[in-house]
Design a protein around this ligand. Sequence first.
Ligand code: UDX
Length: 455
Amino acid sequence: MKQRDMAEHGRRRWRLVLTASPLQGHMTPMLHLATFLHSKGFSIAIAHSELNRPDPSNHPGFTFIPLPDNLSATPSFANAVQFMQALNDNCRPHFLEHLVQIINEQKDSSDKESIVIIYDNLMYFAGSVASDLGLPSIILRTSSASTFPVFKIIPLLHQDGRFPVQESMLQEIVTELHPLRYKDLPFIGLPIEQTLETINIILPKTPPSAFIWNTLEFLEPSGLTQVRNHYQVPVFPIGPLHKIIPTPCSTSFLEEDMSCISWLDKQAPKSVVYVSLGSIAYMDEKVSTEMAWGIANSNQPFIWVVRPGSVKGFEWIEFLPEGLVTDMKVRGLIVKWAPQKDVLAHCAVGGFWSHCGWNSTLESLSEGVPMLCQPYDLDQKVNSRYLCYVWKMGVEIVVERGEIEGAIRRVLVSKQGEEMRQRAMEIQEKIKVAVSHGGSSQNSLKELIDFILSL
Ligand code: UDX
């Protein structure tokens, strides 16, 4: 039986309600998953907040359920907990009402559908509504599986007096989390109450029917095993989702500056450093100024993404001396938002200086591009440690112009950089195998579909 027919077999049909989070790094994988499941014949509804809403014209086959949220801006890290609580409290009533309406309509109809809720773990209200209505629910996780044991252990480290972390402990390995050091743990510097509350939000207390994880079995075997052992439900590692969908349409909230590609076409192979710190990191003027000087002094061609408003107190790059910007533009591009996946796939790109968000990490691994790692928080420090120490295709960046200059040159033009590129390309090959017919991610997707059909 073809999978399209499977989603409708035996006179039963499945309606999948996917609840997406308004953060770029969460919305993109959710829409990619939706596109994949739609291609297999499932009816798809996307429930989303009004903040950072997806563009329905890019997804003509889906229906959309806008949820009033009363929110005006994506949060900074410091107020993330309040943001998440408001988001969940405000979206819940309309979501519940909408599902009750569908269920009631079905009662009077001969046309029965099974409803399955797939939700981003940050949109936990969807799990609680599903459980209230007796509907099955599956969580999509868009960050690394290796972060799960870290979040799980922090409350225990706190009880043990090892978290918050003492300055003198930062370089030491956390015995239970080898190879992570205390400095790789998230939330260092955040008040402990806020840390515990955030972990409470991230880790579901009631297990869902299953997890879908945007990762690969070979990349994070230990993290995935720990999730399976802890929750005792199926876990489907089906990533990287952007490689599962052959031609994903743009899911960017900001307009992509396509001049990046024609500019890259004119550069020598593996010569360009691409610099981007994702969609939610904020910097201060000093950090950004050091970045600018480090990039300029490296004398390598570059693309530097500076998101409007991401440097505190400035609209864009007004803080940089005009002469420096003019000099920099001889050798590179400063843009507001780039078509990142296409940039990383371009043969001119030789290194990616990143905050190590999980999407950026997967996108770089998928293209065999070595990384310069400047993590901020959350899973990023864990990802950075894996990139540098386990997968050995990244270097840690110290944000000081001389250090930056040295790191860029190390990755782009030294023997060490060449070895890192070699390892990155080996991982890229394994990813190609995993996403092709018979590979681990493809098999996991088949198992996921069978699982949904069994609900
Ligand atoms: C957040 C968290 O920071 C991250 O740690 C977590 O794993 C997912 O959610 P974000 O900080 O935005 O995400 O980083 P990342 O996960 O890397 O996602 C950024 C996305 O924006 C990527 O898919 C990247 O391709 C895209 N992007 C970024 C662009 O398309 N253009 C850009 O110029 C910059």
